[in-house]
Design a protein around this ligand. Structure first.
Ligand code: AMP
Length: 443
């Protein structure tokens, strides 16, 4: 199935094609038509399934149609049309970047709003109004209290990673926001798991009650099986390594373990070309894609990799965005990515559609903080393997789970705002509050 069949217009199809997406993912096939039909949605799907595009593309399409055919005018000051709530500032920024990317041929505005930074520029930006606002709950509530923002023109509410927001204790803020929204809005809820607390949250969607089946029918439930998501079927492991032995180690693994295929992620463009020549010197045929190679060349290399003719592809993270290769068996983080989300996206390229996959990361001493952030995001430590003949001079300590980057830590000045937006409260508190809120909402 193509994206065009899903009812998206040319400017959106162009953006998708440019990113190299050839086919909609499972969640996109199901969610896009439903969202275009104004349905409310409760979707179980994890990062790596293409869930962001599954709501951003149809929401852009709806704004585009309303502007074009229904004569909808520009957004008023301090107003917002699409409100997306996310648990963290990283996710807010990432979703906002996706909106800008998918909507680059359209002139809709978007903004990420989160705590821990100065409020003044955010307030200033809101004065003009914004079509898509992607926000963490704490800062959003602050803005509403300060009357920097009004919700009377909200058409759609998206709750992204709802289970994580609940785990982080945002329940009161979320209800506070929902209570202020217009009743006739569309509601889209995405969550890795559909536990009782998440389902309970969906009962706040107008007219929907878990015990009231006739209304409940309005809510479309989509379950993307764990096999279609990243983490579950992927064997993740890491090797600690000294920077100067990385290319020798890679060549060794390719040969010793007789790798049939590998997508190798590297940080820098010039590093990609250098690695290809280092591999070739050791008799391994490889090629690379990066931002400095022409589009036609990138497509050619990619086609050769997809057909199996080229077995080892070295790619920078940016160039590899949107690469969809059906049954990729192995990805290698030759350089560990800086953002945990990027790690999850990368490893999500393997193990797709239930196939077994392997994700191997090379971790050098300087990567320790990144490793801590990644393992904290995964919620577990990635197993380590030692490779004979490759002893490390600079050992990487075992990471600290629940690590928070310095930039995300509350300092004295913004401690309160930060606490709201990044500090998890205990599950117990969050759940107790869910219970408290649940009672009056059941009809
Ligand atoms: P998400 O689940 O939204 O975090 O997306 C995971 C990754 O899949 C992102 O890097 C997207 O750019 C990519 N992606 C989304 N939709 C598609 C598609 N239809 N084909 C290929 N890649 C996609």
């Amino acid at each position: 199935m193509s994206f065009a069949k899903l009812g998206l217009s040319t400017p959106i199809l162009n953006a998708v094609a440019e990113l190299g997406y050839t086919q909609p993912t499972s969640i996109q096939k199901q969610a896009i038509p439903a969202i275009l039909l104004d349905r409310n949605l409760l979707a179980a799907s994890q990062t790596g399934t293409g869930k962001t595009a599954s709501f951003v593309l149809p929401l852009l399409e709806k704004l585009y149609r309303n502007r074009r055919y229904a004569g909808q005018t520009k957004i008023r000051g301090k107003r917002v049309r699409i409100l997306v709530l996310t648990p963290t500032r990283e996710l807010a920024t990432q979703v906002e970047e996706s909106i800008a990317e998918y909507g680059k041929e359209l002139d809709f505005t978007s903004m990420a709003l989160y705590g821990g930074v100065d409020e003044a520029p955010q307030k200033e930006r809101l004065i003009e109004g914004v079509d898509f606002l992607v926000a963490t709950p704490g800062r959003l509530v602050d803005m509403v209290h300060q009357r920097a923002l009004h919700f009377d023109e909200v058409e759609t509410l998206v709750l992204d990673e709802a289970d994580r927001m609940l785990d982080m204790g945002f329940i009161d803020d979320i209800y506070n926001i929902i209570d202020r929204l217009p009743d006739d809005r569309q509601n889209l809820l995405f969550s890795a798991t559909l536990n009782d607390h998440v389902r309970n949250l969906s009962t706040t969607f107008s007219g929907v009650g878990m015990e009231n089946k006739e209304f409940y029918d309005d809510l479309l439930e989509i379950n993307i099986s764990p096999k279609e998501t990243s983490a579950s079927s992927i064997d993740q492991w890491l090797i600690t390594v000294d920077k100067d032995t990385k290319s020798a180690l890679l060549s060794h693994l390719i040969k010793e373990q007789e790798w049939d295929q590998a997508l190798i992620f590297i940080e820098k463009k010039h590093g990609a070309a250098k690695l290809v020549s280092q591999l070739e010197k050791r008799g391994i045929k490889a090629d690379c894609i990066h931002g400095d190679r022409s589009q036609s060349m990138r497509e050619k290399v990619l086609a050769s990799f997809k057909s199996g003719e080229l077995k080892y592809l070295v790619a920078t993270g940016v160039a590899a965005r949107g690469i969809d290769i059906g049954d990729l068996t192995r990805v290698v983080n030759y350089d560990l990515p800086f953002k945990p989300e990027e790690y999850i996206h990368r490893i999500g390229r393997t193990g797709r559609a239930g196939a077994a996959g392997e994700a191997i990361s090379f971790v050098a001493m300087g990567d320790f903080k990144n490793l801590c952030a990644i393992e904290s995001r995964l919620g577990h430590i990635v197993k380590r393997k030692e490779i004979e003949g490759f002893p490390v001079r600079k050992t990487v300590p075992v990471s600290i789970l629940n690590y928070v980057r310095k930039a995300n830590r509350p300092d004295a000045e913004n401690k309160q705002a930060q606490n709201k937006d990044t500090q998890p409260k205990s599950n117990k508190t969050a759940n107790a509050k869910t219970e408290k809120k649940r009672a009056p909402r059941h009809k």
